[in-house]
Write a protein that binds this ligand. Structure first.
Ligand code: ADP
Length: 266
């Protein structure tokens, strides 16, 4: 009888704790939505003046064409573009956190996309005397992608490689077909990332604590957003790294099944 009584007490205790947990979960959910909503409102507030700045800066660059002051106008334009990209990132992560990030995949030329992204990053790598190598195998699987979104992922991987790798380092972009998937990797000879940090790297707002030396700015959103984008495509992301050697950031996308071409998966 004593055991039965104890069991009943325990059961009531478990029920009470479960109810408490449920309440906490609802609270947490509300908080996440509140924060996402705030971020969205904040971004919209920032976007209005930014769009105006971007448009004017662009016109200014055109107006000053041939004038030595054009470089100044270009600086304003690039700074506005950077701000615009950051605010978009913030909005996308806020959307992603509440499951409202969407993609529009179509069949596209991934090889061309990868090559153009590598071309775009060349100048930045050159400024740091980094060697950029591209290795894309001749046969790549057909994949269905949202090109703008995939460009965002590649931009994040490649700019991170340039940003976190010291002068004179090496950056390699590889793409190949493996087990029916498209595998893309960006490898660098940067500082590497500890195992502890690797576990949290794709979480929104997470940044590896930097010790001494030059502090590199950032919000810790790029990788989180990249993961959301790749997962929306039905793919996966990863990071491999060794401290003092470098890091490899990768993603895999499923090859398109020919039979489902043009069909919508509901
Ligand atoms: P951000 O670069 O704006 O901080 P990210 O989400 O792109 O945000 O990256 C998150 C963190 O991961 C960075 O702050 C940095 O600590 C680490 N990281 C990303 N890429 C690399 C890399 N190639 N080498 C070393 N650390 C990296």
């Amino acid at each position: 009888r004593a055991i039965a009584r104890q069991k009943a007490v325990l059961e009531t205790e478990v029920a009470a704790r479960t109810a408490e947990l449920k309440l906490l979960n609802v609270e947490l959910d509300r908080e996440i939505h509140r924060r996402a909503e705030f971020n969205r409102a904040l971004v919209h507030e920032l976007k209005t003046p930014l769009t105006a700045m971007l448009a004017s800066a662009e016109l200014f660059v055109d107006e000053l064409s041939g004038d030595p002051r054009v470089e100044l106008a270009k600086n304003i334009y690039r700074a506005a573009q950077n701000l615009d990209r950051r605010t978009d990132e913030l909005l996308d992560v806020a959307r992603g956190e509440v499951g409202m990030l969407t993609i529009s995949p179509v069949s596209g030329d991934v090889r061309q996309l990868l090559l153009s992204m590598a071309e775009n990053i060349k100048a930045a790598a050159g400024r740091k005397k980094q060697m950029l190598t591209v290795e894309i195998t001749p046969e790549l699987p057909q994949v269905s992608v949202d090109e703008d979104r995939l460009r965002q992922v590649m931009y994040n991987y490649l700019t991170n490689a340039v940003k976190y790798t010291p002068e004179g380092g090496r950056i390699t972009l590889t793409a190949r077909q493996e087990s029916g998937e498209l595998m893309v990797e960006v490898t660098d000879t940067g500082p590497g990332i500890s195992e502890e940090a690797r576990k949290r790297l794709f979480e929104p707002y997470y940044r590896v604590p930097q010790s001494g030396g030059e502090r590199l700015s950032g919000l810790g959103l790029g990788l989180a957003l990249s993961k959301m984008i790749i997962q929306l495509h039905g793919g996966r992301v990863w990071v491999k790294s060794a401290l003092g050697v470098g890091s490899t950031f990768g993603f895999a996308l499923p090859a398109k099944a020919c039979a489902s071409e043009g069909k919508k998966i509901l």
